[in-house]
Design a protein around this ligand. Structure first.
Ligand SMILES: *Cc1c(COP(=O)(O)O)cnc(C)c1O
Length: 403
């Protein structure tokens, strides 16, 4: 089978809910992936930042083999020897009283929304069915019906209605707009991404998170941070909120807490919020299984042992400074934090971000446009300086091919 055969097979038998770059991947190791023809690529998407620890990480492989051969799934009908160990690990690492484990990021967001509503009725004293949750224009929190009900992107919500009510959307990075809605006593929570990644890597002004945190305190509103993509060292700190020493009331994690090995997500919060949910009121068959627990602990320990946050800061600064110095008519803006970066592309002679990505693929670097004219650059956080220099040269070569 050649590349086209693989692509045609997916097109024929698979749903058309993605528009992949025409490359068929077969193998991965560290910062690299190989296609079915044996071509090597720098992976500058890293599965939307799920593979921060690098592809097929040896330490994760060992833990998976060991735990999968010992006990993989118990359901939460019983206790397991691994879940408590993981919960305690998360308490020590992030400082919250309790964790609730799920699988996909969307499920963790749903869990956070449920917690916020329960807290609104049981603790804050909002009248039943009246709780509102404030979100930001341009948000991306996943794909369930409730989550797309708070999306402002027509591609996400069109023709999936009727929608879940109870959300109020305000401009991102706008403290004045936030205060104007938070003073409504029916507001239970403010949900935000510390950096809007899917929307195109929009970094808010310094101080936005801190100001939002203070307003939430002032109005007795829960501050919920969706760090599914920004967390786990991606932006140069374990959490993006750490840049402003902001501590969310509810923290949502996913993606890289498994190092790309398994769908794992979780919600962290303190007793006042977490204990509003009673036995039987929420759950997941796979959530918190022993295999997931073992993988998550190892994936996080790798981030700490290998100082991936520090590396993300250094390599991110290097990437942005090189790309800012590079004189290409394509480059409108280079922005980001740590290794969560984007370049907005100015179309030249009919060539757009998609064409730049195709040219980069020819040079051995794969990345994908997000929202039309923006290319996100998010390699695994284990990338070293020589590899980054090599990748930057290739990205520049790709942009030059159109001149
Ligand atoms: C990817 C992502 C999600 C959804 O995670 P899934 O595992 O795809 O359900 C939610 N929020 C943010 C910020 C994300 O990047």
């Amino acid at each position: 089978m050649n590349t086209q055969d693989y692509i045609r097979r997916e097109e024929k038998y698979g749903a058309h809910n993605y528009h992949p770059l025409p490359v068929v991947l077969e193998r991965g190791e560290g910062v690299f992936v190989w296609d079915v023809k044996g071509n090597r690529y720098f992976d500058f998407l890293a599965a939307y930042s799920a593979v921060n620890q690098g592809h097929c990480n040896k330490r994760l492989l060992e833990v998976i083999q060991k735990q999968a051969g010992t006990l993989a799934l118990t359901s939460r009908a019983f206790y397991s020897s691994k879940l408590g160990e993981w919960e305690e690990f998360m308490h020590k690492l992030f400082g919250y009283d309790k964790m609730l484990p799920m699988n996909s990021g969307a499920e963790a967001v749903e869990t956070a929304l449920k917690l916020a509503r329960k807290w609104a009725y049981k603790v804050k004293g909002i009248a039943r069915e009246k709780a509102k949750i404030v979100v930001c224009n341009g948000n991306f929190h996943g794909r369930t019906i409730t989550i797309i009900s708070m999306s402002t992107d027509p591609d996400s919500y069109n023709e999936y209605g009727p929608y879940t009510p109870g959300f109020v959307s305000i401009p991102y990075n706008d403290v004045v707009a936030l205060e104007a809605v938070l003073c409504d006593p029916d507001v239970a929570a403010f949900l935000t991404e510390p950096i809007q990644a899917e929307a195109g890597v929009f970094v808010p002004e310094d101080g936005f998170l801190k100001a939002a945190r203070e307003l939430c305190d002032q109005y007795n509103v829960l501050f919920i941070a969706d760090e599914i993509q920004t967390g786990i060292a991606r932006t140069g700190k374990m959490l993006a909120c750490d840049h402003e020493q902001v501590r969310p009331d509810i923290l949502i994690l996913g993606k890289a807490i498994s190092g790309g090995m398994y769908p794992i997500s979780c919600v962290l919060t303190n007793n006042e919020v977490m204990l509003t949910i009673k036995p039987g009121e929420h759950g997941s068959t796979y959530g918190g299984n022993p295999l997931a627990a073992a993988i998550a602990m190892e994936a996080l320990q790798i981030v700490l042992d290998e100082k991936l946050a520090e590396n993300a800061t250094l390599m991110g600064e290097y990437f942005r400074s090189e790309m800012k110095k590079f004189d290409s008519p394509f480059i409108e803006e280079v922005r980001g934090k740590g290794l969560l970066n984007a370049i907005s592309i100015r179309p030249i002679k009919g060539k757009q971000a998609w064409d730049v990505c195709l040219a980069m693929k020819e040079q051995g670097v794969i990345a994908k446009p997000t929202h039309g004219d923006i290319i996100r650059f998010t390699p695994p956080l284990i990338i070293n300086e020589a590899q980054m220099a090599d990748a930057i040269t290739r990205i520049k070569e790709a942009m030059k091919t159109f001149e």
